[in-house]
Design a protein around this ligand. Structure first.
Ligand SMILES: [Zn+2]
Length: 428
């Protein structure tokens, strides 16, 4: 520790004796240090030697290129603002500042976040906007106090499914990144109220229902060409169904629907020669949309996944049932092929859109594409957006389409008209 302290002592030319005396006086008699815009190139050693009582430190817009390795000695530090410095990395010792609640390292040159951040039990707000971060580590997904996560303006390629571990998360900001999809598990976050994911190459939004019905901002995702119907249902505003009001409609290109036909791309990157296809989640490997005639059946593999998932979910709800039935859930990774375990771990891509069914869908779906007029909050003119409905099988889709004609509630009447004019589907 003493060696660290010495090596971190700034070169004497940064601070004059007079400045040093003043800094020491501030450190000794204040709990909040306001050191924004001070041209600091390093943290004065006095802070670490005598600043154990400091609770807030404001270091915005200085010239810091690194932080000392013995940050852990700031044992009462709760608020740390480092926005607008020149930081290339954060020391692992930041994970020792156990009382840290707010950390702002926005507008630096970070390429990664230290895994030790995951040890901070009180961290409420993590701001790392406008850096060069390529990955949000799954090791940080156990931060149960984290309420605000701001990662806009980085180079994130994906977010981990483990993000559902951030159970206190209320606001997720990932605008201006390289995300092609959002993890489905964010739909399970219990108190998430806002997701902002504008300006990404997102091809679709999660098709599973969001528990907390957050407001989702997704302007300027030029590769997004449809909305999952389950989400549309949640995005409805007011008591009428048409037009549906959502937070944005600047993603959807009007050419997506040509002659009432949509092209579907099952997985992988969007092909340049088919820029207007609807890109379904990559886990879906088989789709069908048989309107009439003999329905296509899901594969045995798909049926197996659904069965195991339902058993698992039911056993969660009903402990008694679990006790009385045979120990079905000895089917762990020791008994199942790894490829199935991986799929089950992430969970279903969607649930059957027939309200009375809600069967989980993993790799096989019968789909319908309806067009819906959506209106953004700020714009009067609506735009026509394709919405993908997922059904567990053709039979379920056909029965729902037939039965809905007999239903008289407002939603059914509205949807009935949509189903009658559903787009035809062309697989590419
Ligand atoms: Zn179904």
């Amino acid at each position: 520790m003493s060696g660290d302290s010495l090596s971190n002592r700034p070169s004497t030319d940064e601070f004059s004796d007079e400045q040093r005396k003043e800094l020491l006086r501030e450190v000794r008699c204040q709990t909040n240090l306001h050191w924004n815009y001070r041209h600091l190139k390093s943290l004065p050693s006095e802070l670490l030697e005598e600043g154990q009582h400091v609770e807030q430190i404001y270091l915005k817009c200085n010239l810091l290129m690194s932080l000392p390795n013995n940050l852990g000695c700031l044992s009462r530090l709760a608020y740390c603002y480092l926005n607008g410095n020149d930081l290339r990395s954060l020391p692992d010792s930041i994970g020792e500042v156990a009382s840290l609640q707010v950390l702002d390292v926005g507008n630096n040159k970070l390429t990664s976040l230290p895994l030790t951040l995951g040890r901070l039990p009180s961290l409420r707000s993590l701001v790392a906007v406008y850096n060069q971060i390529t990955c949000f580590p799954k090791e940080l997904c156990g931060l149960q106090s984290l309420s605000i996560l701001m990662l806009s303006g980085n180079n994130l390629l994906h977010l981990p499914e483990a993000i559902s571990g951030l159970i206190g998360l209320q606001g997720l900001y990932v605008d201006h990144n390289q995300l092609r999809e959002l993890p489905r598990s964010i739909a399970a976050l219990p108190i998430l109220t806002r997701i902002s994911c504008c300006c990404n190459p997102l091809t679709h939004l999660p098709a599973v229902p969001f528990i907390s019905r957050p407001t989702i901002f997704f302007d300027n995702n030029p590769e997004m060409s449809y909305l999952p119907f389950s989400l549309l249902r949640q995005l409805r505003s007011g008591e009428t169904w048409n037009p549906v009001v959502i937070q944005t409609c600047r993603c959807f290109q009007e050419k997506v629907v040509i002659n009432n036909t949509v092209l579907i791309s099952l997985s992988g990157p969007v092909k340049n020669d088919h820029p207007h296809s609807l890109v379904l989640p990559s886990q879906i490997t088989t789709i069908t949309s048989s309107e009439k005639g003999s329905p296509v059946l899901p594969s045995l593999r798909e049926l197996c996944l659904r069965y195991i998932w339902n058993e698992k979910e039911n056993s969660k709800d009903d402990i008694q049932r679990r006790k009385t039935r045979k120990q079905f859930f000895v089917l762990t990774s020791d008994f199942l092929p790894l490829s199935l375990c991986d799929i089950l771990e992430v969970g279903p891509v969607a649930y059957c859109d027939t309200p009375s069914c809600k069967m989980p869908i993993f790799t096989f779906a019968s789909i319908k594409v309806v067009t819906v007029t959506v209106t953004a909050m700020m714009h009067v003119k609506g735009s026509v957006v394709p919405a993908v409905m997922y059904f567990c099988c053709d039979t379920c889709a056909q029965q729902y389409s037939q039965n809905i004609h007999w239903m008289m509630d407002e939603f059914s009447v509205w949807l009935c008209g949509k189903l009658d004019t559903a787009c035809s589907i062309e697989l590419i």
